[in-house]
Design a protein around this ligand. Structure first.
Ligand code: KG4
Ligand code: ZN
Length: 335
């Protein structure tokens, strides 16, 4: 079954064609990097307007570059849950009109479920059940993936998402946007032990996360150096900050794996591209005999192939939406 996936939940306008939920025929992503750089982050109203300008072209490009026509599309999957309301509405409106005019089924997908499927697209061998850590600019979640489309949320962030912390610290340090890749690159030249930044909630008896205190601690360390006219070791700050985040993410993921007695973990979302996170996850998981999986880099950040893959799984379970499909910006991940 050939599914057209559409994703517009935040700042990426994306469309993809995926066959049978497994084979990615095209994966087109138009980023709004120019706007992000100009405004230092996502401005919801402006992002939604940009989606309306791009969505038609992006869908056409996804179909053309796959060597298909719209007549070949057998279903439409669209992100309808979790994201910025105006942005989600653009994708859902496009999906509805295509579903109606092509007379093919429509399915609404939760954005986080999409990220879970991004890793399943790259690594179809990930066993069920497993623990999935979804880390991106908008979310930090630990999910028990019991089976396809069966989830239990074990923990999430109480304040900033991990990617958001990367972005805010990078902005503060003048490293530009998006901050994750900038800190990832700068950290290579820094000392991970130069600053002993806090690991929030690391020892607490919870699988929730909190990153705002860490952020404040980094900012305070930075300001103290400035006040004392000391040289600012930006590389060291970046590497030590990254180490604190990675430490917390990996420790909690392994704790969840141990509590649920699973033999595999999946790390997904924009931050899963982080080299140090991959390195520490691989090392630590190997030590305790747990398999760890990451999506290929093109599927880490927001994309529509993951939405098509998740939509395929839901359609196979007999689910389908109709033209009353609405957007749910704060919907929880449901079974
Ligand atoms: O999944 P995504 O595209 O969007 C959301 O759903 O939020 O993730 C974007 C986030 C940004 O915060 C970005 O800084 C972060 O992923 N990111 C990274 C890296 N690449 C992207 N964070 C750390 N290291 C990276 N290499
Ligand atoms: Zn995302």
């Amino acid at each position: 079954m050939l599914i057209l996936g559409i994703e517009t939940s935040c700042d990426e306008t994306a469309a993809a064609l995926v066959a049978d939920g497994k084979v990615v025929l095209s994966n087109v992503i138009a980023t709004q990097l120019d706007l992000l750089k100009k405004f230092g982050g996502v401005v919801p109203e402006i992002a939604a307007r940009r989606h309306t300008e791009l969505i038609g072209y992006v869908i056409k490009e996804a179909v053309d570059s796959a060597g298909k026509t719209l007549a070949d599309v057998e279903a439409i999957a669209v992100t309808s849950k979790q994201g910025l309301i105006g942005c989600l509405l653009v994708g859902v409106a496009a999906a509805k009109s295509l579903s109606y005019s092509l007379r093919v089924p429509l399915i609404g997908v939760h954005h986080i479920e999409g990220h879970i499927f991004a890793n399943l697209l790259s690594n179809p061998q990930i066993p069920m059940p497993h623990i999935c850590l979804t880390v991106s600019g908008g979310h930090t979640m630990l999910v028990y993936v019991q089976d396809y489309c069966q989830y239990e949320l074990l923990g999430s962030t109480l304040d900033d998402a991990a990617g958001e912390a990367f972005d805010k610290i990078a902005k503060f340090l003048g490293l530009g946007f998006p901050g994750g890749p900038a800190i990832d690159n700068l950290s290579i030249h820094g000392s991970r032990k130069a600053f002993n930044f806090p690991r929030p909630l690391l020892r607490a008896n919870t699988l929730d996360f909190s990153f705002s205190g860490l952020k404040t601690s980094v900012i305070n360390a930075f300001k103290k150096r400035i006040a004392n006219n000391e040289v600012l070791p930006l590389e060291d700050i970046a590497a030590s900050f990254q180490e604190a985040i990675v430490d917390v993410l990996v420790s909690k993921t392994l704790r969840a794996a141990s509590q649920r007695k699973v033999s595999a973990v999946s790390v997904t979302g924009g931050v899963s591209a982080n080299r140090r996170l991959r390195e520490v996850s691989l090392d630590t998981c190997q030590q305790v005999g747990i398999e760890v999986f990451f999506p290929e880099l093109s599927l880490c950040t927001d994309n529509a192939a993951m939405i098509a893959a998740a939509g395929y799984a839901r359609l196979r379970q007999g689910e389908a939406a109709n033209l009353s499909l609405n957007v749910l910006p704060t919907a929880l991940l449901e079974v």
